[in-house]
Write a protein that binds this ligand. Structure first.
Ligand SMILES: Cc1cc2nc3c(=O)[nH]c(=O)nc-3n(C[C@H](O)[C@H](O)[C@H](O)COP(=O)(O)OP(=O)(O)OC[C@H]3O[C@@H](n4cnc5c(N)ncnc54)[C@H](O)[C@@H]3O)c2cc1C
Length: 331
């Protein structure tokens, strides 16, 4: 029986959509399966009208030629913009400007460029893949009672989640299982008063926080909306806390820093928290995957642990599958 699809991509984050875009452009019949209700994965924006906060990825940089080309296209289409606001570093004693670099953000939301990619793709949302298995024609993917057949498969999800789905005999299973990804608690705040700091965001190298940002300083955002990220150590120690407990502990940390920087303690009209169980992770040394089995794995954790790495790993996954596809045609 002819498979339903040429390729199924599991995960509609940057890695999955970068792979799907490349495969679709090459003429493959591609279906993307995504467990949540929207796209973007960790390039996420929490909305609570009229408020919004980018509570996952804060910005991204572009160093490699392929990603710089993609960024240029998104800039021209006004899907992203440069975040010019000053970013500082706090070491517990001093505030200093951080190393200057070009920072990009999706506009008006972090996932805007991914929404543009998704517009030309077939995506099934609220569909959590629960099992995969090899078949004579390629692969079979199950999400509860739903089953799809396809020739090739891209698994573009965080390593610990990939490790539970990849069959034990596949070489990528042990690699995915060996990667531990670090958690991050994020707190989203709306202050009633303007907070007048000389910077829009800061890396924090002491205490419970690792980052804070005036999210509304990004292009096409307004208001007094702030994002706090806890450090890895703090997030690990408080992994199973409730969101309310996390807010009760991290907001005073923010207030303590504001007082140290000469600001009065603000009042907040909104405070919510989100736990990223698998925020970041990275493989120690790059690996070259074989696509012969028809299954390739993609994700930031395979290529540097950032938005750019996710994009590049998706591109690599797609190119390796296309090479196998072309070799099959030649036979
Ligand atoms: C708090 C935080 C701050 C960050 N800050 C930055 C930053 O400033 N700059 C930067 O470059 N990067 C940052 N990152 C990292 C960046 O967000 C990631 O590198 C990138 O978004 C990862 O993309 P991905 O496609 O690999 O994975 P994801 O974005 O995690 O996408 C995976 C997708 O797969 C879906 N999925 C998972 N399991 C299944 C399943 N079984 N079935 C179907 N779908 C499934 C998920 O719902 C998700 O949509 C940050 C991340 C976090 C969490």
């Amino acid at each position: 029986m002819e498979p339903d699809w040429d390729v199924i991509v599991i995960g509609a984050g940057m890695a999955g959509l970068s792979a799907a875009q490349k495969l679709h452009a090459a003429g493959q019949r591609v279906l993307v399966l995504e467990k949540s209700r929207g796209i973007g994965g960790r390039m996420a924006t929490r909305r609570d009208e009229p408020r919004q906060w980018d509570h996952g990825a804060q910005y991204f940089t572009a160093r490699s030629a392929p990603f710089r080309r993609q960024v240029a296209i998104w800039l021209r289409a006004n899907l992203i913009s440069r975040w010019h606001a000053p970013v500082y570093v706090w070491d517990g004693q001093n505030l200093q400007a951080s190393t200057p670099q070009q920072r990009f953000v999706g506009t008006p939301k972090m996932n805007a460029p991914l929404r543009a990619i998704a517009a030309s793709l077939e995506i099934k949302y609220s569909t959590e893949v629960t099992a995969i298995k090899a078949t004579a024609q390629g692969w079979e993917v199950c999400a509860g009672q739903q089953v799809w057949q396809m020739r090739q498969l891209v698994m573009a999800i965080p390593a610990p989640q990939a490790a539970t789905l990849i069959p034990p005999a596949h070489p990528m299973q042990a690699i995915a299982a060996s990667i531990s990804m670090e958690p991050c608690w994020a707190v989203m705040l709306t202050s009633d008063q303007a907070i007048n700091l000389p910077f829009a965001a800061a890396f924090i190298n002491e205490g419970a926080l690792s980052w804070l940002a005036h999210d509304s300083s990004k292009s096409e955002r307004t208001g007094q909306h702030w994002v706090l990220h806890a450090s890895v150590a703090w997030s690990q120690a408080h992994l199973e806390d409730t969101a309310d407990d996390v807010i009760a502990l991290l907001v005073p940390e923010f207030n303590r820093l504001l007082l140290q920087w000469g600001q009065a303690e603000p009042t907040y009209s909104r405070a919510t928290a989100h736990r990223w169980r698998y925020a970041r992770g990275n493989i120690a040394a790059p690996i070259i995957q074989s696509a012969e089995s028809g299954l390739v794995v993609a994700g930031d954790w395979l290529a540097g642990g950032r938005v750019e790495g996710a994009y590049l790993s998706g591109l690599n996954a797609a190119e390796s599958l296309l090479a196998v596809f072309a070799a099959d045609v030649d036979q």
